[in-house]
Design a protein around this ligand. Structure first.
Ligand SMILES: [Cu+2]
Length: 135
């Protein structure tokens, strides 16, 4: 049996190790994925279909089955960050690709911001793609 003093030293070392291991993993997750623009398609007056792809940076492979739980579209790229529209998820036929119908009331530069949960990763993956709406 260890004397009391040594015992707490061992406990401390254990905690430090746990933190050292946890922090790099948490930061690695968000950096390991990237959200890229695949295509932009006008979908009627004031509507634009935007397709993005989620890829693993290390292997360059598309990541399917991610849960995109937060979306925002606004005209930040054209200096109007408060001008926002509704974003509705749409069906995508390609694994690793995610499609959205965005309300784009004005022609010009828009930004689509996404937050995603990837299976098996604790950290939220966030990404922004910019695109031009024609109307
Ligand atoms: Cu605007």
């Amino acid at each position: 049996m260890l004397p009391n003093r040594n015992r707490s030293a061992v406990l401390c070392a254990g905690l430090t190790l746990a933190f050292a291991a946890a922090v790099p993993v948490a930061f690695a997750a968000a950096l390991d994925y990237r959200i890229e623009l695949v295509g932009v398609q006008p979908a009627g007056p004031g509507l634009t279909d935007v397709t993005v792809r989620l890829i693993g940076v290390r292997d360059g492979k598309p990541v399917a089955d991610a849960v995109i739980f937060q979306t925002r579209v606004d005209m930040g790229p054209d200096g109007m960050p408060t001008m926002a529209g509704k974003v509705t998820p749409a069906m995508s036929d390609q694994p690793g690709q995610y499609r959205f119908r965005a309300e784009t009331a004005m022609a010009g530069g828009w930004a689509l911001t996404l937050s995603a949960k990837v299976q098996g990763e604790q950290e939220t993956v966030r990404g922004v793609v910019t695109f031009k709406a024609t109307k």
